[in-house]
Design a protein around this ligand. Structure first.
Ligand code: TRH
Length: 397
């Protein structure tokens, strides 16, 4: 009987940080929580470095946080790096993350193992979606047209019979410790360079803003300026910081440390922090704007109201995905709060709805309670890394 202890994980960075964000989180979890060996192949170490500054962007092979990292170049380079490894064959599981194609030398190595009766488990790890069809397609298989290999589709998701979403075992305990600790909050604000701001405005509403450039942002900023409660907007360096810096009232600076105030609003650009430091920002803010895939999931674990800027796709496919999530999340809310959330998410994602910040703030206490019941729902699905391990073990028994 075989067991699963080692993984090859291939990550192509298509855009931004979500591809590597998810892969890095999964790789660390498999290493640190399951004690497995992970070789993470990444084609863009510069994006990786943003999330993990310990990564050396010039190194073809390196080990960070117990994960073996390989620069994923052309097939010849993959073959050479494989040959140079003490473990020269494919690992027990080979994953193409976000449906990226596993390189040919790896497939040939997998086929050679298959002919000895020890084929690695081949996984196509898909994008996250709340749509109903995901449960039907999860765990489906597809044979390779020429090689004696079978690929399994593994879908993250929010429903039974999907792979669930990533959640580290100690996340709940870490969040509770942080939430109970004024010193931890202070350390966070200090790291972000906003401790003075937090001291001066203890009653302000703290908002984190991680988003793509968004046509609705000027309207939102105007509503923040006119808000009855002071608003502190912490915006990590990047697309939203660049956009907000061009709005009236701003100094035009979009680098960490830049600040401006107008009406009730203070904007502070904060550094893009290493991935493990991002959670505390979400825990400490009263409302979080998130985007893509990984920050969207982290916001759900933060138990604070969150606004999702979904990754825009052609033909507005993303709007169907947005509504699929809302269809799972919103019906448990009273009608007024469900409407406030739905309307805001729609307006933030370019649907012809009107942005209504006061309605969202009024709904916030109820949304906070909903975040707790939603967490229970997700916990029942198990965490993606553990589900993936169990799935792969089943394939080799
Ligand atoms: O960056 P994203 O928009 O990423 C993606 C990619 O664009 C991808 O191509 C697309 O398929 C996918 O979205 C749906 O958003 P995401 O997924 O939230 O990833 C951002 C990562 O950056 C996440 O791991 C959290 C991390 N992060 C930090 O580490 N530090 C920070 O300061 C911030 C703001 C984020």
């Amino acid at each position: 009987m075989r067991t699963i202890t080692s993984w090859d994980l291939f990550c192509r960075v298509v855009d931004n940080y979500g591809d590597i964000g998810v892969c890095w989180r999964l790789a660390r979890q498999l290493t640190q929580e399951h004690g497995h060996t992970v070789r993470l192949w990444v084609d863009d170490l510069r994006s990786f470095e943003k999330l993990c500054p310990a990564v050396d962007v010039t190194a073809e092979a390196q080990r960070v946080s117990g994960v073996d990292i390989r620069q994923w170049g052309d097939d010849a380079q993959v073959a050479a790096l494989l040959a140079a490894d003490a473990h020269a064959t494919p690992h027990d599981v080979v994953i193409g993350a976000f449906a990226c194609a596993v390189p040919e030398p790896m497939l040939q190595g997998m086929a050679a193992l298959a002919s000895q009766g020890t084929a690695p488990v081949w996984i196509n790890l898909e994008y996250l979606s709340a749509e109903n069809w995901v449960a039907e397609y999860h765990a489906m298989q597809s044979p390779h047209p020429q090689l004696p290999l079978v690929k399994y589709f593994f879908f993250p998701g929010f429903a039974r019979n999907t792979g669930g979403v990533l959640r580290e075992t100690h996340l709940g305990a870490q969040r509770a410790t942080f939430n109970a600790s004024p010193a931890a909050h202070q350390a966070l604000w200090h790291r972000l360079g906003v401790d003075d701001l937090m001291r001066e405005h203890p009653d302000a509403l703290r908002v984190s803003l991680f988003a793509y450039a968004n046509p609705a942002l000027p309207t939102l900023v105007a509503q923040w300026e006119a808000s009855p409660l002071p608003v502190i907007c912490l915006v990590p360096e990047g697309l939203a910081a660049t956009q907000i810096a061009e709005l009236p009232g701003s100094t035009g600076a979009a680098k960490a440390g830049a600040r401006w105030s107008r009406g009730q609003l203070t904007v502070a650009v904060v550094p893009f922090v290493p991935q493990e430091h991002y959670d505390p920002l979400l825990w400490a803010c009263d409302i979080n704007f998130v985007r893509g895939e990984d920050s969207f999931v982290r916001a759900q674990w933060a138990l604070q109201p969150f606004i999702w800027h979904i990754y825009p796709q052609s033909d507005d496919v993303h709007l169907t995905k947005l509504d699929a999530f809302l269809a799972r999340y919103a019906p448990a809310l009273p009608e007024a709060q469900a409407n406030a959330l739905r309307t805001f998410w729609h307006a933030w994602n370019g649907r012809p709805d009107t942005l209504d910040w006061p309605a969202l703030v009024a709904a916030a206490p109820t949304l906070r309670n909903r975040a707790i019941t939603w967490e229970h729902t997700l916990l029942h699905l198990g965490d993606l890394a553990a589900n993936l391990v169990a799935f792969c073990e089943k394939q080799v028994k």
